[in-house]
Design a protein around this ligand. Structure first.
Ligand code: ZN
Length: 298
């Protein structure tokens, strides 16, 4: 009656043992996504490594500011929905108070998993008690948005773009549903309904990006800003970011996300019932091809 199923298994080939790099530069920790050959697609291996890296930076009292960056051409193409390292069916030691997902039947599997690795982890990182800066170049798509959005400050290159195209899967936005907090509601609707790319310049115009820079200047600009923050008192930095985060909570960020998360999972479940695939038959290739076509690149 407890409705468990034999744990799922999958062939997983990781291309690296280091999906996240950790470097320090003075009082600044650089947490760098390191799957450049897959445009930093986020598998669980990377998610848990990110969590380790953030924890390390939090534990180190010499670190005052944390930078989240991506190795290679793109910040992040989103969640891993099609590399050989896709590890949706793998068990990891959980960081939050959720059970294992791999032995849960039907829609409960993804519902449980995404509570941990997407919604839960992102909320946890957003509350890191040190200021965080995202250094964004190239694509920042779907799950990539979540990683940029959990940071306090976003610096983007002029050629960066932001996009959440999951409407193509019949899904109302990624799990960490911050769209209407990051953008004015009408623009958030446009962003989600069309699912098109938003240029860094437009994102900057709406306040989703703090500063624009060039690829050549990205790391330098971010390090400079981080050092400036590092001059401020540690406790002041923590309390100040908490204060603003709390204002967002008073505006309903958490409850809005909870509501959207359940719509998101209704969509995953409906996809599975209707098509036998929780992503509505889409994969990394079909999504990338459609995104390129919509952007006039093919
Ligand atoms: Zn999902």
């Amino acid at each position: 009656m407890d409705g468990l199923v034999p744990p799922r298994t999958a062939d997983i080939t990781y291309e690296t043992d280091e999906p996240v790099l950790y470097k320090t530069d003075g009082p600044v920790a650089w947490v760098i996504m390191n799957r450049p050959s897959f445009n930093n697609a986020q598998n669980s291996q990377m998610t848990y490594a990110l969590d380790d890296a953030f924890q390390r930076a939090v534990n180190d009292d010499a670190i005052k500011v944390i930078v989240l960056a991506g190795e290679g051409k793109h910040f992040s193409a989103g969640h891993d929905i099609g590399t050989p390292g896709r590890d949706v069916n793998k068990t990891f030691e959980r960081r939050l108070m959720w059970p294992d997902h791999t032995n849960k039947p039907a829609a409960e599997m993804l519902y449980t998993r995404e509570h941990e690795v997407y919604l839960g982890m992102c909320r946890r990182w957003r509350d890191i008690p040190k200021p965080t800066i995202a250094a964004v170049q190239g694509a920042c798509v779907a799950g990539g948005l979540m990683l940029a959005w959990i940071c306090d400050i976003i610096v983007a290159t002029e050629d960066a773009f932001f996009q959440d195209p999951v409407i193509r899967m019949g899904i109302p936005g990624v799990e960490y549903f911050a769209h209407a907090f990051e953008l004015p509601p009408r623009i958030a609707k446009e962003f989600l309904l069309f699912g098109d790319r938003m240029s860094a310049e437009r994102a900057h115009h709406f306040g989703m990006v703090n500063r624009l820079t060039t690829r050549e200047q990205l790391n330098e600009t971010v390090q400079e800003m981080a050092l400036k923050l590092a001059e401020k008192p540690r406790r002041g930095l923590w309390l100040t970011k908490q204060a603003v985060n709390h204002v967002e909570e008073l505006r309903g960020k958490r409850t809005a996300m909870d509501a959207a998360y359940h719509m998101h999972h209704f969509a995953h479940a409906q996809n599975d019932l209707a098509t036998g695939n929780m992503l509505g038959g889409q994969d990394a290739k079909s999504m990338a091809a459609a995104n390129k076509k919509a952007a006039g690149e093919s």
